[in-house]
Write a protein that binds this ligand. Structure first.
Ligand code: HEM
Length: 181
């Protein structure tokens, strides 16, 4: 595949990643900032995370397909790919367990109360890995393009670096907002 096609594909994959992370952020902050009763906030939380899952999981499939078609790599060789697959697997687990504990069939109050802090910490942990995955992805792609001749100080490189910095700052802001009262 020629350079232009690779760049287009990369922009598409990064767009999907950012959309998924954006949904995750909104879902995590739903309990803090959405002016609804608790039940409404819960519905928003679950729905946004479900949409994030539906966007994110096929993304992984698309990447494997792309690698096979272009023979750019055999896949699963980098830290980024390991983190990405782990994030999706943990995410699906967390979503299904959250659903069973808090929504349906829903555990008794006492058990739910025990589970809640664990759910919050696990959720923030998964969110942290998602951010880390995105940042390693930006770096990996950038290095790949630089090896193939992309200007290290050019506009594309600066844009990717700036996006990574903004992603990290946003990530920290979201974790703090969820942890602070
Ligand atoms: C991958 C999926 C999920 C992730 C990453 C996640 C993450 C989180 C996080 C970080 C919080 C803390 C938010 C805060 O304190 O402001 C939270 C709270 C909560 N989540 Fe989830 N969650 C997921 C799925 C679910 C599902 C499927 C349910 C089912 C209803 C659910 C129900 C709740 C409830 C009831 C709270 C507590 C809200 C409160 O403080 O009263 N979560 N979740």
């Amino acid at each position: 595949m020629e350079k232009e096609g690779m760049l287009n594909k990369t922009v598409k994959v990064e767009g999907r990643t950012l959309r998924t992370i954006f949904l995750l952020i909104q879902a995590i902050l739903a309990y803090k900032f959405i002016p609804l009763k608790h039940g409404g906030q819960k519905a928003v939380h679950v729905a946004l995370l479900g949409i994030a899952m539906v966007i994110g999981a096929p993304g992984i499939y698309a990447i494997f397909k792309f690698q096979k078609e272009t023979r750019t790599s055999r896949g699963m060789y980098s830290l980024h790919s390991w983190l990405g697959l782990s994030t999706i697997i943990l995410f699906i687990f967390q979503w299904v367990i959250g659903l069973c504990v808090f929504l349906y069939p829903r555990l008794p109050d006492k058990r739910r109360a025990i589970f809640l802090p664990r759910h919050k910490i696990a959720g923030l942990f998964i969110y942290g890995i998602a951010i880390f995955t995105a940042v390693t992805g930006f770096t990996e792609k950038l290095l790949l393009f630089e090896v193939r001749g992309l200007n290290q100080f050019g506009a594309e490189a600066m844009l990717v670096n700036a996006t990574a910095v903004i992603t990290i700052l946003f990530g920290m802001f979201v974790v703090l907002s969820a942890l602070l009262p």
